[in-house]
Ligand binder design. Structure first.
Ligand SMILES: Nc1ncnc2c1ncn2[C@@H]1O[C@H](COP(=O)(O)OP(=O)(O)OP(=O)(O)O)[C@@H](O)[C@H]1O
Ligand SMILES: [Mg+2]
Ligand SMILES: [Mg+2]
Length: 625
């Protein structure tokens, strides 16, 4: 890490990327790039982060409910209504009807300053401590466009395959609400900075099975706009307003109405989040409140137009605003689709409306009639000149996007042996920070195992690290509070400590059970950072495995009196049973594990010895013929 001067800053704005804390950094090389980097840089320092004097700090906004809590509340509410959750496969289509969805995604851009004022972007700082006069519409204040906000915006548009417009403009969209002091939002309505993109979703992204192997959804446009102030409701109809958020730069990504299944809509939002995170365009994901989605829903009857939908116009859309989880996107669409179908089947008409959705509910609710173009009284903002984006900037940013999620998943699957589902989870969890944590753990683990420069030969250690970063760490959050994961991939269990635990486990120096206890110890703060090995030493937790002979003695002991079980193995050996009785073998292994000293036994060794005894000792050779 090093500090840069202001003159260097301009250079790094173009060569580097803005990291999630609003500081500048060059995206660390990852996956394949990491391997190549290691070969040429044996010291393997990835500390290519460059700090600015920005006061910007890490999200999340304080009042956002963590996703896991949302899901739990969701499940509870569902249980309370006594309704059973339908399986995905059941609820993606309704016979006789076609669903159409278009999505608007608002993402907070990763910048150090607001869109039209030099006030710092901040999330955890004291409320109302980063507010310029313009942000609260003081009479006489003027917008000062901050060109650096274009960098993450253009990156976002490029990763969505959009065409960047050489000239774009800002417009005023009028509405009156306490969170918008000017009485209008500055957005790009007539001339957005990017148009005509596309996003390809594959089966592994979690699209509905009805969409087959992959589906392409068009992006109509991407526009820059201002965020509103943050409102926190207090008892007694009191609302607190934090103007730190007002004027933060957002991109609004608008898809074409080309989505026809609820799961595909959720997959699209998840993929947009992954893509924006991959190019560091976005501050944080849905879990932390940096990404919000509005879904527009309509339905068409299949029998209209005699079954040829091409001639039938789309149904009237309703819009469900402010969805803050992938699950909410899918559930709200299903509920709204079913509501519209019920209205139409009863002979009614669907009204254009803005509707709301609460977590755990099963119905959308009307908020207001849909505002139209006229209501907003759009007009070009007379105080802001056109934005001119040069081809050189676009070319440079396009060539420095880094490793994109599809390639990264391929790498996690192909090189490290993860399943596609696990790779996707790893990349999505904690708004993308979990995979950073995995790379940190992997780095430290390879250091400990001395695997520098030889990363391709055997990837068992990588798979071990991935499983623990995903599943064992996941168990901690199920039972306790937050992991405290930060955007650069560190949490309450420092990556170096998990690597220490895994290095001992990988070398079979401790058992899996001890490894899990150590993980809990670090998580609860009972083991100090860097103290894993000392704890194993001090508590005498090293794995002193039984000798081959001791295993054999235990095996003989547990097989005693198990004639019926032995008979089953014999039937298999004699070809009378087609399937090896693995269940029975594991039953005997379990017995062995209980009979012996657990800290000195490895189930894999117990199984190996038992198999050998079965083969060579317990089953009579002559009868096997
Ligand atoms: N009949 C329809 N059914 C479903 N979706 C539709 C339909 N018509 C348009 N859409 C989708 O509605 C969205 C419209 O978003 P857009 O931002 O252009 O307008 P808006 O919702 O009026 O604006 P805002 O909500 O920002 O004030 C797009 O995603 C589009 O694909
Ligand atoms: Mg919109
Ligand atoms: Mg809208």
């Amino acid at each position: 890490m090093r500090r840069v001067s202001t003159t260097e800053l301009g250079r790094y704005l173009l060569t580097g990327q803005l990291n999630r804390r609003g500081c500048l950094h060059i995206r660390p090389p990852r996956v394949s790039a990491i391997a190549a980097f290691r070969q040429t840089n044996p010291s393997r320092t990835f500390s290519n982060q460059i700090e600015t004097k920005s006061t910007a700090s890490t999200p999340p906004p304080a009042n956002v409910i963590p996703l896991r809590k949302q899901l739990k509340d969701d499940a509870k509410a569902l249980k309370a209504t006594g309704k059973k959750k339908k399986k995905k496969a059941d609820n993606q289509t309704v016979p006789g009807w076609e669903l159409t969805v278009g999505i608007e995604i608002h993402a907070q851009l990763n910048t150090a300053r607001k869109l039209f004022s030099p006030a710092a972007t901040s999330f955890n700082d004291k409320p109302n401590s980063h507010v310029a006069l313009f942000d609260v519409a003081m009479p006489g204040s003027q917008p000062l466009f901050q060109p650096e906000t274009l960098i993450p915006a253009v990156r976002a548009a490029l990763v969505l395959d959009c065409t960047i417009q050489p000239v774009s403009r800002f417009d005023r969209k009028h509405y009156f609400h306490w969170d918008q002091p000017a009485g209008y939002q500055i957005t790009q309505y007539y001339h957005p900075f990017a148009r005509d993109g596309r996003i390809v979703l594959r089966a592994r992204d979690g699209i509905a099975p009805e969409d087959g192997d992959s589906v392409e959804i068009g992006i109509k446009q991407v526009q820059m706009e201002q965020d509103t102030a943050k409102t926190t409701a207090q008892p007694g109809d009191v609302h607190w307003l934090d103007f730190n958020r007002v004027g933060l730069p957002l991109v609004e990504i608008i898809t074409l109405p080309q989505i026809h299944h609820p799961a595909t809509a959720a997959a699209l939002v998840r993929k947009v989040q992954m893509l924006l995170a991959a190019v560091d365009a976005c501050v944080s994901g849905m879990e932390a409140g940096g990404l919000r989605a509005d879904v527009n829903v309509s339905v068409r009857g299949m029998d209209e137009g005699g079954g040829d939908l091409a001639t039938v116009p789309l149904g009237t859309r309703t819009e469900i605003k402010n969805l803050s989880s992938f699950k909410a996107v899918e559930d709200a669409i299903i509920a709204e689709r079913d509501r519209q179908i019920a209205v139409l089947e009863a002979g009614g008409v669907v009204e254009g409306e803005t509707r709301g959705w609460s977590l755990g509910s099963t119905e959308t609710r009307r908020l207001r009639g849909k505002e139209g173009e006229v209501d907003y009284r759009y007009m070009p903002d007379p105080d802001i000149g056109p934005v001119v984006i040069g081809e050189d900037l676009v070319g440079h940013l396009a060539s420095s996007l880094g490793v994109l999620p599809d390639a990264e998943i391929d790498e996690l699957v192909g090189t490290y042996g993860l399943s596609a589902k696990d790779a996707l989870s790893l990349m999505t969890l904690d708004d993308g920070a979990r995979v950073e944590y995995f790379y940190n753990v992997l780095d430290a683990l390879e250091d400990r195992l001395g695997l520098v420069g030889d990363v391709k030969s055997d990837q068992r250690h990588a798979l071990l690290a991935a499983n623990w970063c995903l599943h064992e760490l996941g168990k901690l959050t199920e039972l306790s509070s937050d992991l405290g994961m930060t955007a650069d991939g560190e949490c309450r269990v420092p990556s170096a400590d998990l690597a220490a635990i895994l290095s001992h486990l990988h070398r079979r120096e401790i058992t899996a059970r001890v490894a899990k206890e150590l993980l809990w110890g670090v998580f609860r703060g009972e083991i100090s950072a860097g103290g894993v090995t000392q704890t194993v030493d001090a508590s005498n937790l090293w794995f002193k495995e039984l000798s081959e002979q001791e295993y054999e003695e235990l095996a003989d002991q547990v097989v005693e009196g198990e004639d019926k079980v032995l008979a089953e193995f014999l039937r298999f050996k004699q070809g009378k049973a087609k399937v090896f009785p693995q269940g029975k073998l594991m039953f005997l292994v379990g017995k062995m594990m209980r009979a012996g000293t657990e800290q000195r036994m490895d189930p894999a060794s117990a199984e190996r010895v038992l198999r050998a005894r079965l083969e060579n000792v317990y089953l009579p050779k002559e009868e096997a013929k």
